[in-house]
Design a protein around this ligand. Sequence first.
Ligand SMILES: Cc1cc2nc3c(=O)[nH]c(=O)nc-3n(C[C@H](O)[C@H](O)[C@H](O)COP(=O)(O)OP(=O)(O)OC[C@H]3O[C@@H](n4cnc5c(N)ncnc54)[C@H](O)[C@@H]3O)c2cc1C
Length: 503
Amino acid sequence: MQRIFIAATPGLCRGVRNPNTHMFALVLFVACYFRTAVAMQNVTLEKYDAEVLILGAGATGIAAARTFHEHGLEDFLILEGSTRVGGRVKEVEFGGKVLELGANWVQPGDPRVNPVVALAKKYGLKGKVSDWESRMVRNASGNDISKEGTAREKDLDKAMDFSHKLAWELLRDNKSDISLRAALRLGGWNPKTPLDKILEYLHVDFEYGDIPYVTSLKSSAAVNNGKAFFVTDQRGFSYILKAVVDEFIKEGDPRLKFGKVVTHVKWNDRGVEVRCHDGTTYRAPFALLTFSIGVLQNGVVKFEPPMPAWKRLEIEQFDMALYTKIFLKFPNGTKRFWDDNEFILHAHPRRGFYPVWQNLEARGLFDEGTNILLVTVTGEESRRLEYESDDFIKTEVMRVLRHLYGNHIPNAEDITLHRWSQDPLFFGAYSNWPVEVSTEHHKRLQANLGRLYFGGEATDPEWNGYVEAGLFSGRREALKILKCRKKDCEIYEPKDCGKGDCG
Ligand SMILES: Cc1cc2nc3c(=O)[nH]c(=O)nc-3n(C[C@H](O)[C@H](O)[C@H](O)COP(=O)(O)OP(=O)(O)OC[C@H]3O[C@@H](n4cnc5c(N)ncnc54)[C@H](O)[C@@H]3O)c2cc1C
């Protein structure tokens, strides 16, 4: 019990761990004890609304609920701030089609080990394996430079192979991490031309949502380079998550509540109380928080007591990458003016300037005449554009397209995008590992605070940034809660307390 008091009370309680300061420790222990006791009184213990509160109905929350259901624990309550299931797996109806604003690719894998692949198979999700060979590279004036691109890519491939091997070596020998940029340079790749930059962008930024300077080499070791499946299903990618929910939560079931934006979380070693923006409160002996790292970084949820310094440190040091998909609809009857290839790369001197275009009429995707083009921006370009109006973006995009295809092309009649960085339920697209995140850091990100548990894609060290991470982390935390109900609770004790980050 005492360990919980120490972990649960920020700042002052660090001294208790130092064997050289017994008197000081005694005084602080008493102080810590009373601070925690006061906090604990705030969570009423007599009346619970459920056995477990699941905060968020994205992949993580759904996986947790399903795990509880499978283990016979039906007394859970899911509180979701939006009006839908799916979180960052989010579709939109645009230009006569259902399109994915968030997650779009199912990563390749064996359905026996990859739960997203298994669900996609089970529910017959429609789409197509992306053909990365079907590619056109154009420079800023629109000239076809694909041949030069293929030649240059051989050097990049060598550097990527080198980096991949180095990543595994660093992991195996427990050596310090370096950035992906440093590894690529070591592998002989140092991009200077627009062509080099766009090729590298496709391999790095388009995957991580971030530049190679900030991306951890070690994290890149886990990246699966197989063939990803691009979802075009008109039920939406989120259908597979909704279908999971439908298996055990019927329509109108009061255990799934929408429009409940959580603003306050009180926690201790006996329970959790959450307050929502509509003034309602819910209490339970356990709660699982699944919000993105972006939500936690932006202080929109207040914790009482505040999270200890070691937990805050991990939350702050993870990066919330940005990835913005801009769909353009051209008037019906427009004769397609863009290339037939599935991917069109824009080699512009400004790295990441409307870099990767997807021809949604490429074979196996949507029908010819759909007249929808997709361009994706990431990182700083996302940050810039997500603050601009649709009109501004449309004008800028059309200028780029006219450079590529000539002045005769028609204007897009409409565009759509989701401003992930400004959405208070996400504050970004997905997590990206910064350099030097160790196993210990991951443990801290996952560690429960008393009866408050932490899931979400960022907390899965192998699959972070993908839907798989949500499903794995939801199950992981649900199993921990089930174990704790049997009096076998995990308690994380921060290490390295001399360094001032364990408060
Ligand atoms: C643009 C983009 C592209 C992506 N591409 C891919 C891809 O191709 N393939 C892939 O596998 N993954 C992709 N991802 C990542 C994938 O979508 C996420 O990793 C995964 O969906 C995260 O699930 P989660 O349950 O951990 O978090 P979320 O989906 O964020 O779920 C958390 C839930 O909590 C709710 N919530 C947040 N704050 C509050 C609050 N205060 N109160 C109440 N509820 C709250 C949210 O509404 C949400 O429903 C992409 C994501 C984005 C944004």
